[in-house]
Ligand binder design. Structure first.
Ligand code: PMP
Ligand code: GLN
Length: 378
């Protein structure tokens, strides 16, 4: 039997979370909050269950949630998505990413991926018979080298995957990046998949540069986001995909046979909670405080912190502490210092190891303080 994904093993997120548990380490590896979601949201889920919203949701998502998503994106980004034909609720952003790729990538098609990149993109491309073409982000600021992107485009390029705010680096796009992309889109017929799950985690007063703010790009793009990130509910797995009607038709063909629909009570709860803009409007400040605290706490340590403009991840170099490769260092840190992290080389497909690790700071203040105390002892 020949594996369809010979290079895929267990994800680093499962591996490191398991190692953290095994060693009783503080888990700053896999990205998820260790604090509660808004209590009102929990009440709304219970209420939806009590009201009997416990059977299959419509495949595209309940109407009210699609309307609320549409309203929110119009208000934030000035983009009008028709809730009936251009919005689909998915089981997390992971499903949306997979369905978008499977919907448009034919065998032999090239898909441009900027690396380091989130780990679910490439397996989805490969399962569709596509060929990932990697474009390295500039190190150490993880900015896009647009000339390099253009050099990698070919007549076979079907899709370009972009991700801002960027996991794992925390880099965010500037307006000039959207403009550079628009220029290329003018000359080449590729489609775009924009992973914007960290849209509400952009710091220092900068705006999130959503692809939806550029109509010429939005008309050929899938834009994906996740309520797991926005509402501190990664375990609920509710996300969505916005795409023009013609692309949504293809997207929904995959979605209906991948999951058919997404958990009903969560959809009702989120649809109602979306009325409260305060939550997501406060999110940049909420996470910026955590970023600032964590960076301050690590100041006396031997870690060299890279800039963090968005997401809930902080990268660090550790050359003052060790010359181990980042995978070995991450395991050592978990075992010996009691803090689990993610080695960034796993997000590179050419094995590139800049000796950088990723901390997740979506944690309670006491967790960040306890972790920093351990890290400063090294
Ligand atoms: N894209 C990126 C960049 C992510 O970091 C994540 C979450 N780790 C996802 C997609 C998947 O989101 P979800 O949990 O909603 O499937
Ligand atoms: N997106 C999360 C991270 O980057 C993990 C998601 C997962 O565990 N699959 O850490």
């Amino acid at each position: 039997f020949q594996s369809k994904l010979p290079h895929v093993g267990t994800t680093i997120f499962s591996t490191m979370s398991q190692l953290a548990q095994q060693h009783g380490a503080i888990n700053l590896s896999q990205g998820f909050p260790d604090f509660h979601c808004p209590p009102a949201l929990v009440e709304l889920v219970s209420e939806a269950m009590r009201q009997g919203h416990n059977q299959y949701a419509p495949s595209h998502g309940i109407a009210l949630l699609r309307q609320q998503i549409s309203r929110k994106t119009e208000w934030l980004y000035g983009h009008r998505a028709n809730p009936d034909t251009e919005v689909t609720v998915t089981s997390g952003a992971t499903e949306a990413l997979f369905a978008a790729i499977a919907a448009v990538v034919h065998p032999g098609d090239e898909v441009l991926v900027q690396e380091p990149c989130y780990d679910s993109y490439v397996p989805a491309i490969e399962l569709s018979g596509g060929v990932p073409v990697f474009v390295p982000l500039t190190f150490p600021d993880y900015s896009v080298d647009w000339q390099l992107v253009e050099e990698k485009l070919s007549a076979k390029t079907r899709l370009l995957i972009i991700n801002s705010p960027h996991n794992p680096s925390g880099a965010v796009w500037q307006r000039a990046d959207l403009e550079a992309l628009a220029k290329l889109a003018d000359q080449y017929p590729f489609l775009i998949l924009s992973d914007e799950v960290y849209e509400h985690m952009v710091f220092d007063g900068q705006p999130h540069q959503s692809l939806l703010t550029v109509p010429a790009l939005a008309e050929r793009a899938f834009v994906v986001s996740s309520f797991g990130k926005t509402y501190h509910t990664t375990g609920w797995k509710v996300g969505y995909c916005l795409a023009p009607a013609a692309l949504t038709v293809e997207f929904r063909k995959v979605h209906q046979y991948l999951t058919f629909s997404t958990a009903t009570p969560f959809q009702h709860a989120i649809a109602a909670f979306l009325e409260q803009q305060e939550h997501y409007l406060a999110l940049p400040q909420f996470y910026q405080q955590k970023r600032d605290l964590f960076r301050e706490l690590l100041r006396p340590s031997k870690f060299d912190l890279l800039p963090c403009a968005g997401t809930y991840f902080q990268l660090a170099r550790y050359d003052q502490l060790s010359d181990l490769p980042d995978v070995d260092f991450s395991q050592w840190l978990t075992r010996e210092a009691g803090v689990a992290v993610i080695p960034v080389s796993v997000f590179h497909h050419d094995g590139q190891d800049h000796r950088v690790i990723r901390f997740c700071f979506a944690k309670k203040e006491e967790t960040l303080r306890a972790a920093a105390e351990r890290l400063c002892r090294l």
